[in-house]
Design a protein around this ligand. Sequence first.
Ligand SMILES: *[C@@H]1O[C@H](CO)[C@@H](O)[C@H](O)[C@H]1NC(C)=O
Ligand SMILES: *[C@@H]1O[C@H](CO)[C@@H](O)[C@H](O)[C@H]1NC(C)=O
Ligand SMILES: *[C@@H]1O[C@H](CO)[C@@H](O)[C@H](O)[C@H]1NC(C)=O
Ligand SMILES: *[C@@H]1O[C@H](CO)[C@@H](O)[C@H](O)[C@H]1NC(C)=O
Ligand SMILES: *[C@@H]1O[C@H](CO)[C@@H](O)[C@H](O)[C@H]1NC(C)=O
Ligand SMILES: *[C@@H]1O[C@H](CO)[C@@H](O)[C@H](O)[C@H]1NC(C)=O
Length: 430
Amino acid sequence: MIFKRHLIFTLCTIYGILLKGVTGVSGQYPLVQNMTVTQGGTVNMTCRVEYNDNTSLQWSNPAQQTLFFGDKKALRDNRIELVQATTAELTISLSDVTLADEGMYTCSLFTMPVRTAKAFLTVLGVPEKPEIDGFIKPALEGDKITLTCITQGSKPAADLRWFRNEKEIKGAKEVNASGKTFTVRSSLQLEVNRDDDGVAYTCKVDHVALSHAPQQATEVLEVHYAPHVEIISSLSIPQETQFLKLECMSKGNPSPDPVTWFKDGAELPDLERILVEGRELTISSLNKTDNGTYRCEARNHLGVSKDEYVLYVYDAPTTPPPPTTSPPPPTPPVSSALRPHASDPTVTDTDPNALGQHGTDHALIGGVVAVVVFVTLCLIIVLGRYLARHKGTYLTNEAKGADDAPDADTAIINAEGNHAHTEEKKEYFI
Ligand SMILES: *[C@@H]1O[C@H](CO)[C@@H](O)[C@H](O)[C@H]1NC(C)=O
Ligand SMILES: *[C@@H]1O[C@H](CO)[C@@H](O)[C@H](O)[C@H]1NC(C)=O
Ligand SMILES: *[C@@H]1O[C@H](CO)[C@@H](O)[C@H](O)[C@H]1NC(C)=O
Ligand SMILES: *[C@@H]1O[C@H](CO)[C@@H](O)[C@H](O)[C@H]1NC(C)=O
Ligand SMILES: *[C@@H]1O[C@H](CO)[C@@H](O)[C@H](O)[C@H]1NC(C)=O
Ligand SMILES: *[C@@H]1O[C@H](CO)[C@@H](O)[C@H](O)[C@H]1NC(C)=O
């Protein structure tokens, strides 16, 4: 215990002596800090002396010019001002900082000998707003374009990032130094297609000096392409008296407007029931005379596109709402739907009701007879085939023997390699 207390006491004493030596005897020295400031900003340069008699402090710039000697201004520069001058501290401020202000600043304490401290002032170059080059407006589908984004004046070199509609994509970066700052360029190679139409390409600048106001440039691609049309019908099974709307969905740039409608390769018949408004063709009440091939065409200077819709008007539903009846209704929607573009309408034309209950019975009997006849036929065929196959075996065996036999006798002997075969042969010869 006693030993331990002694040790602590000794350590404290040594520490006290060291502290006194640093601060008391030779502790009168200036303390400064490296500073970083953004171009155009203001920075304070502070020099402190913890224990000072009335010795003077001085700030000088990288060119060794005295800026302030105590509270006395030495250099005529409006940007440099005194913030605080005491025996313990000399603080000056430098506003509208330029890249030329960067360098090593010196604080001197005029003791004997003079003690100095050096602070490095780093000036950040603010990147200029980026510019995107290489845009062709409008671009044609298939064009290969190279977008280039350039920003100048950054220090240190800025980073450029590309975004295609908010999604980041990789570009090829190139950095060149020009004086104290850097010119950064990033390029992007694209082969445009119609999906690029209306897509925004953004180039963003990342830089330490831009934490508050990020810089970016955006260009929206415009791609010209030939139209593509598609007809969309409001009904899957058009029936008489129903309202039908055919919409000609057209995509193309420049927008192919208006679209043109044709029926069976000719102009639309001038009927009051058929109305064309913009891209829509409507028939207020379908009639069987309306069936035919409807075509929609759209064109721009890059090409033409057409789509066809074959209208086949089915009978009107006789029982207005067929709710739970499972047997086939007068107009069977399922079978009709299977071939809505059928060219031969005769089957659906004949009234399904003509085939009544009696008809069904006759059909049943006929079916049974047909099955019996079919089975009999099959039996006959199978029997015939059975006999024919055995005869075939015999012939083959004979031929096999003949292949490698010098004369007919040997051939027969060769063929008799198997007893079963010999018996077969005998049977047939009888
Ligand atoms: C410089 O110091 C003064 C006084 O302490 C303060 O008001 C001012 O905001 C400082 N300027 C900068 C840029 O730190
Ligand atoms: C500093 O100067 C003031 C007056 O100018 C004087 O009163 C003071 O004693 C001086 N201090 C030292 C440590 O010399
Ligand atoms: C201050 O900057 C100088 C020059 O860049 C460097 O050598 C020194 O280590 C820096 N000092 C501190 C404390 O960061
Ligand atoms: C960088 O310098 C090279 C060679 O001098 C030059 O070919 C290139 O165009 C420059 N790039 C930029 C972004 O200035
Ligand atoms: C269909 O048109 C014909 C001739 O224009 C007309 O006689 C018939 O009544 C129409 N059918 C329906 C269901 O409107
Ligand atoms: C239209 O369909 C009806 C059957 O629904 C058929 O009788 C008629 O021949 C068809 N007319 C044309 C012009 O195809």
